[in-house]
Design a protein. Structure first.
Lengths: 402, 384
């Protein structure tokens, strides 16, 4: 089937809001090249489970397309139209299963050396779409916080090496009650600016006590979901004929209820959490990866105003000789390795925050938990400098947020 | 589109220049374009008969900022201090193919950008370097070996092309480990992961892989000996190097290909384990070069080539997640390097003009005297 053949009944299996949206925009869909439309449908099909910011972006993009002239449509989508697809791809049920189509399409683009052309087309379109979406002023500047190094007694290697050129490095922060002060800051911002999914607390271990105004995702709380997913994957792998692509396809179809999540949970957040495990690589095994990937996805999708990510020690990767010699040893933690992971994770959190609107005013704090090192990137603080002034966490916060 | 192409070229050039500038200033190397004079590669037939070639793929995928950039040099002390001063160093090796480890390694081995399914245990679509080598030079089976990390590579030794089909024997050390420990309660799950891109999935083995029963008859190792040695090794790549050294001692193959893979643990998202993998691979390259010097069959007549199959995504590319994957096809993931040392290699020379991954096989053909007729690459002049 080609986009020009689309009919309302093709969207019968979509969730209610997604179906309504798709049918309302059928005339536009029919004019789009399949190489682009499948990506758009991937957004639309999950509309009912999207964060408010995502819905706003989808609405704005469809509105832009609705208002575009035929000449503009031709110009925007010509690069996509030049990409050729195989008949096999075109026969796939790309309306009902856009994710599977995109998986196949990606392999096809690599195989036919069209990946670069597709990436270029996608980036050009993305840049144009972002310009077209009106940027509403944020109610408050964005604030990101990374707390790293839990459980590390001492560390003599330099930290925040990637971030230091971007901000001010503080070496004399009094660590007492530091986490509580940061969580208190989150709560005050959540109270002052009660935006749905606007204030997040992600913990790579057990979450500390926190306000229920925060959207909280934690490694420990999701242990049953993780176990259920790993069990599911093991069963799938044992199925005859199962391959990696099919496994990914099956994972993509998992619903919260498939992994034992309560039907009374928030459907948007529960779906998000399932995807962290079913789409992330390493998130099921390493808590540091879980924390970094969850932050990345939350920033990309929910675009929170405030986010605190606390990294905790992940399980230790046992070397081969140890596995052979002592197979039954209890799993151990690796605080030092986790600190290295988290240091890089903090860098990625900042990069991902800087991709969002309002990045010029955004603030980022990274802190070595329980220790005196912190790094602040803020428009009011100089870059690439160091401060050895002694201060407590509230003072550091006031310097960061002005 | 044109602007983007220019941008990509400029970025690739920038990567190349930063490697070159560092090597020239820190290691005191010369710039290759300034060199004149005859080839150091003597092509007399008698020399070719004795020539040994070892290829190490520095895999799977390491970026500049963790290797040759200033902040990454602490991770590769052996490459920098021991091997590069002895090497011809190519700063810009571009991979224009599919960035999956099996398909990219297959492309390196055939000189053609292969398009096979990265996650299937299928042979390359074009003749491999091992088949050219054996057919054109009439070499026996024991003269070409591959030591590869896992099940997915078990068909890389030979293609299914007509007129070829006699390639390298492939040893899968992880497979041997799995077989040797069958029936025990040892949990090797993460070691046996076939491909870190699909970390919970292991391909079934099919084809002509080195069988366990040959461990004793060919490698002269009992299962007990094998396991005893494995107990002293920290990673699958260490096991691979152990097997490679064993092959060198027993058969002295003229063409030995070792695919490292520990670095690909990066797909799990753990930066510290990725760095550990780079440091281990750096050390193992040095150990293998030392083994070359200590083996009479190899010392003085061996050329060692070390190159990554490709890089990893840049931190700034929004389509990826930095070091974790190699999915964007950006410049950082496509632009790597190669060092060539030993017999015939000019020492301490840097070449910063672009070459391609698929140029490896024609270059090996020119060095050893076989004709890779289906390869789409070109011999690298500086290696002729």
């Amino acid at each position: 089937m080609q986009p020009g053949d689309l009919q309302p009944e093709n969207f019968a299996a979509y969730p209610p809001l997604a179906r309504q949206l798709a049918v309302a925009h059928l005339p536009i869909f029919r004019r789009l090249p399949l190489t682009f439309l499948a990506s758009l449908l991937l957004q639309v099909i999950d509309y009912d489970f999207r964060f408010p910011e995502e819905r706003r972006a989808i609405d704005a993009e469809l509105s832009t397309l609705r208002l575009a002239s035929p000449q503009q449509m031709d110009a925007w989508f010509a690069p996509f139209a030049k990409i050729t697809l195989s008949p096999k791809l075109e026969r796939l049920d790309w309306v009902a299963h856009p994710a599977e189509f995109l998986e196949e399409e990606s392999a096809w683009l690599w195989t036919t050396q069209q990946q670069d052309a597709f990436s270029t087309a996608a980036m050009q379109y993305q840049a144009r779409a972002q310009k077209a979406v009106p940027v509403a002023p944020l109610p408050v500047f964005r604030l990101g916080i990374a707390v790293i190094g839990q459980g590390v007694a001492s560390w003599d290697q330099p930290l925040f090496r990637n971030l230091r050129p971007q901000g001010t490095w503080f070496s004399q922060v009094q660590p007492e009650n530091g986490l509580a002060a940061l969580l208190s800051l989150l709560e005050s911002r959540a109270s002052a600016h009660p935006v749905p999914f606007g204030h997040w607390y992600i913990d790579g271990g057990q979450a500390s006590a926190h306000s229920d105004r925060l959207t909280c995702v934690s490694w420990d709380a999701l242990q049953p979901v993780r176990s259920a997913l790993l069990h599911y994957m093991q069963k799938q792998i044992q199925q005859p004929g199962m391959g990696p692509e099919q496994l990914r396809t099956n994972l993509a179809r998992l619903q919260p209820s498939d992994l034992g999540m309560s039907p009374n949970g928030d459907p948007v957040l529960d779906r998000f959490q399932v995807k962290i495990f079913s789409e992330g690589s390493g998130t099921q095994i390493f808590s540091t990866t879980f924390a970094q990937w969850t932050a990345r996805e939350a920033l990309r999708r929910a675009q929170p105003l405030t986010m605190l990510v606390r990294f905790a020690p992940r399980q230790r990767q046992r070397p081969m000789n140890e596995l052979i010699s002592n197979a039954d040893a209890a799993p151990q933690l690796d605080p030092a390795g986790s600190l290295v992971d988290a240091d890089m994770g903090a860098w990625y959190n900042w990069i991902n925050q800087q991709r969002l609107p309002g990045y010029e005013q955004s603030v980022f704090i990274a802190w070595f938990e329980g220790h005196s090192q912190a790094l602040v990137v803020a428009p009011t603080l100089p870059r690439g400098t160091a401060s050895s002034t002694a201060m407590d966490m509230p003072k550091l916060i006031s310097l960061a947020i002005g | 589109m044109a602007a983007n192409t220019m941008n990509a070229r400029a970025l690739a050039g920038q990567l190349s220049r930063s490697r070159r500038d560092f090597l020239r200033s820190a290691a005191g190397l010369s710039l290759g374009a300034a060199l004149l004079g005859g080839s150091p590669f003597v092509s007399a037939e008698s020399v070719r008969r004795r020539r040994k070639i070892i290829v190490i793929t520095f895999g799977g995928g390491a970026r500049d900022q963790e290797t040759f950039a200033p902040e990454g040099q602490e991770n590769i002390p052996h490459l920098l201090n021991e091997l590069i001063p002895q090497s011809s160093f190519f700063t810009q090796v571009v991979n224009r193919g599919i960035l999956g480890h099996y398909v990219a390694t297959a492309s390196l081995a055939t000189g053609v950008y292969e398009t096979l399914n990265n996650f299937s245990a299928i042979p390359p679509q074009h003749p491999t370097v091992f088949e050219y080598f054996r057919r054109d030079l009439g070499r026996p089976a024991n003269d070409a070996w591959v030591v590869a990390p896992s099940n997915g590579f078990n068909r890389i030794g030979e293609s299914e092309c007509r007129h070829y089909g006699f390639g390298a024997t492939v040893v899968l050390p992880k497979r041997l480990l799995q077989a040797a420990t069958a029936g025990t309660q040892v949990d090797y799950e993460h070691l046996l992961h076939d491909n870190y891109e699909t970390p919970l999935y292991t391909l079934p083995v099919e084809g002509s892989e080195f069988e366990l029963q040959q461990m004793e008859s060919v490698l002269k190792l009992s299962v007990a000996d094998f396991l005893a040695h494995a107990r002293t090794l920290a990673s699958p790549d260490e096991l691979s190097v152990y097997i490679a050294k064993r092959l060198m001692t027993l058969f002295a193959p003229s063409l030995l290909w070792i695919t490292m893979h520990d670095i690909d643990i990066a797909h799990s998202g753990t930066y510290s384990l990725y760095i550990d993998g780079i440091r281990r691979t750096d050390r193992l390259c040095s150990e293998l070069w030392q083994a070359v010097q200590s083996e009479p069959e190899y010392a003085g007549n061996t050329t060692l080539l070390i190159l990554p199959d490709f890089g990893r995504d840049a931190d700034q590319d929004s389509g990826g997640n930095g070091f974790q994957h190699h999915r964007t096809g950006d410049v950082a993931s496509r632009t790597t390097w190669m060092m060539v040392m030993g017999a015939g290699a000019r020492e301490g020379v840097v070449y910063d003009h672009p070459v391609q991954s698929i140029d490896l096989v024609p270059s090996l053909g020119a060095m050893l005297g076989f004709s890779p007729v289906q390869s789409q690459g070109k011999p690298i002049n500086e290696l002729l």
